[in-house]
Design a protein around this ligand. Structure first.
Ligand SMILES: Cc1ncc(COP(=O)(O)O)c(C=O)c1O
Length: 366
């Protein structure tokens, strides 16, 4: 009998070709790291203290964090760690915000990922939802209007750096301007850059979103742009918590993370991707993925299928396809629109097959 994991692998391999509705890159081969599956890698606690337990990859984590700190222009004194994903990164950012501004109101747009409202709830932060523009970008006038009603309270704002549905990017400078206009002096901005943080950091003409642009913290997912087969992410913050926690005797290291025990294998996967690609390689695959998104728009235009795309996005919005096509290609939908995401590794052949199915399902409009 075929072992269950082989059956699973068969199913996943088949599913991957038509899985273009979710943002996971598939172009990096992590299999050279397979020998590490024979050992435990637990980066428990603080990345800067090795601790008692020897089975960690904290030296590699410090290098990985250093790379991202440079990429996201972190000022001296920055902190952070490799997380279990974008969700934990958002939780961590908002936790630091609440620690610094205990009486704050949290603001997020109606296009924010569901993890943001969840983190606010877990932290007991009163949350206010701000309207968005048709592109999915936050409505700065609405932010100003709502923040001015609470001007006596500090503000913690989550900026979306690539929204889940349309890959819209909020501008951190404009968020600060809206808070200035609202008369809010004490504020903290967290950039949820789960998908688009790295590609945008490699783009010359981009909106303001990183730590030099006025964000206090930023988080990304590792399994999206880097396609790590292990779910992980990176979170960075301008400064650490004001009280450095004491070392926990049991682990021999302080712990300012949310998760405590943390993935060492995810750390090595991120290091592997950075190692084999370098900044030039990451930039190359960003441009190639955007070219595939441009190609997709051209193909959709050719068959007369309504579509649009935020500038520089991997995500292409398209009028909702018939159910059979949408289900087969795993496209999420809201309000009559679906999206597909041209992550690194998605090919023109996949797009051609998808568009072919779409055009046979619905006649070409002349
Ligand atoms: C904008 C945004 N933020 C956060 C997340 C959560 O990231 P993760 O799945 O790594 O927890 C996602 C996931 O889709 C996302 O799109």
């Amino acid at each position: 009998m075929t072992p269950p994991f082989e059956q699973l692998l068969d199913r996943l391999t088949t599913a991957s070709y038509t899985s273009i509705g979710f943002p996971c890159a598939v172009d990096i081969d992590y299999r050279p790291l397979a020998p590490l599956l024979g050992v435990l890698l637990n980066n428990v606690g603080d990345p800067w203290t090795d601790g008692i337990h020897p089975m960690h990859a904290k030296g590699i984590e410090r290098d990985v964090l250093g790379y991202f700190a440079e990429l996201f222009r972190a000022p001296p004194g920055w902190t952070g760690y490799v997380t279990s994903g974008g969700t934990e990164g958002n939780h961590y950012g908002l936790w630091l915000g609440r620690t610094r501004l205990p009486n704050a109101i949290a603001y997020h747009s109606d296009a924010a990922h569901y993890s943001v409202a969840k983190a606010e709830h877990l932290l007991g932060l009163p949350g206010i939802t701000v309207a968005t523009l048709p592109t999915g970008e936050i409505n700065y006038a609405d932010l100003q209007r709502q923040a001015s009603r609470w001007r006596s309270r500090p503000a913690i704002v989550t900026a979306n750096i690539g929204t889940t549905m349309t890959e819209a990017v909020d501008d951190v400078h404009r968020i600060h301007e809206a808070l200035d206009e609202a008369g809010v002096t004490h504020r903290y901005v967290h950039s949820d850059a789960a998908l688009a943080g790295v590609p945008l950091a490699l783009t010359a003409d981009r909106p303001a979103f990183d730590l030099a642009d006025g964000a206090d913290s930023i988080s990304i997912s590792g399994h999206k742009f880097f396609g790590t087969p292990l779910i992980c992410g990176v979170a960075l913050a301008r400064r650490g918590p004001s009280d450095t926690p004491a070392a926990i005797r049991y682990i021999g290291a302080p712990d300012a993370s949310i998760s405590g025990s943390r993935t060492g294998l995810g750390v090595v996967m991120l290091a592997h991707a950075l190692d084999i690609l370098g900044t030039a390689g990451l930039s190359d695959r960003t441009h190639r993925a955007r070219d595939i998104a441009t190609y997709t728009c051209r193909r959709l235009h050719h068959i007369g299928w309504p579509h649009w795309r935020n500038p520089g996005a991997f995500t292409v919005m398209l009028r909702e396809p018939p159910d059979a096509v949408r289900t087969r290609w795993r496209l999420p939908s809201t309000d009559g629109w679906s999206h597909l995401i041209c992550m690194p590794g998605v090919t023109t052949r996949q797009i051609d097959d998808f568009v072919e199915e779409l055009s046979t399902a619905v006649p070409v409009q002349s």
